[in-house]
Design a protein around this ligand. Sequence first.
Ligand code: SF4
Length: 471
Amino acid sequence: MRCDALAFHPRLTIEMNQTLAAPDAASGVLAGSVATEATAADAPPPSGAEAESEAPVPKPVPAPRSADLSTDFRSPAPGYWPDVPPALWNDWKWQLKNRVTTLAQLEQHLVLTPEERAGVRVAGSKLALAVTPHFFNLIERDNPHCPIRRQVLPRLEESLVQPWEMADPVGEDHDMPVPGLVHRYPDRVLFLVTDRCASYCRYCTRSRVVSGAGEQELHTNFEGAIEYLKAHTEVRDVLFSGGDPLLFTDDKLEKILRSVREIPHVEFLRIGSRVPIFLPQRITPALCAMLKKYHPLWMSVHVNHPRELTTEVKEALERLADAGIPLGNQSVLLRGVNDSVEVMKPLVQKLLRCRVRPYYLYQLDLIQGSSHLQVPVSKGLEIIEGLRGHTTGYAIPQYVIDAPGGGGKVPVNPNYVLYHDREKVVIRNYEGRVFEYPDAGAVREIRAVAGISLPDAGNPRPLPTVDDFYP
Ligand code: SF4
């Protein structure tokens, strides 16, 4: 790593020094979810030499443990909250009110590393720390490599900004005709209805606006968005996201769904949500009954690791499926979380058992401060290769790169086509065996161009054989 390849968060030097000098100074660092420590104005950016000496070296992440690869569904409750009665525990509003948001709360339950402690201290300037008790229970107390903690606990490395990383890595802000409405693709839009989530993922593509802790704010213009949708008759598909739309009350969410559903040319509604995973208690029968009124309505959930599929999550997903909502999953490929076939295979198989179709595997967007979670594209291809043919076809997600700056999702696949010309295609299967497939359609085109008559209904002739292609 070259020091000139890095830009540093201006708080880095101060925070590292504070952390290393006083690792137990836990109290009063965060006010609510937002850190209140020194600001950029208090500390000059480190020089290149300082930066080089202070840049943390990424540590190797050990192979997954067998417990992480279990295909069992387990409940983590009550976990770190042994005294909470089930009625409260199962109340989604209690879960939200009792999220873990401070360093002191974290240290009450977990053994933190210096990198995590320092990460929490700077988190509030970028993306708040918040983890629901349900999801927090999945974090191992003293395993710094726990794949759950890597997703939701801030780390010092978030302060490192590589030159190729961006605040808005997929260029959504450029494609926003109305605040909160992203219109990039011809027939569909992304409607960002809130900036709040049940818990915050450290690699969130929208961390520039999500949680309200960063410099940018989301001010969705609901009326303007509805007027835009009414006027744009080409829009047939509306994806509600944020933030997480399922954090709204049933009434508020229904009002938004209804206002879009009433637009005649909108055929199809989708909700993107990680609430069924972070906060399965929110998927109440009443919510499902409300959602059911707005079909066709599909939902994309977000699960990265098989351990996230708990008993409670499975039941929540089943309630959604029973309400007729087709479910797809979007995983993000994350270093030390799911960057192996050994982890991805039980994940996709467990998803099918929850009636969720693995839909996308995303290459991590080039979000600022995410390089410690980045996985080489070759590893993503290796994972798809290790799934294709080795498990159910329905279980295999499409691996995609969301093209930086706003090019949209581009599918990326292992190369199964070894050779292709106008007469044949040479392919390999999942076992590496090679096959030649005569491209009959192309041969017919060649013959038509050459004026060779082709069989038709009035002049039936035998279809071409392999000998026709290789005389
Ligand atoms: S739930 Fe989705 S929107 Fe919210 S922080 Fe995670 S990735 Fe971002």
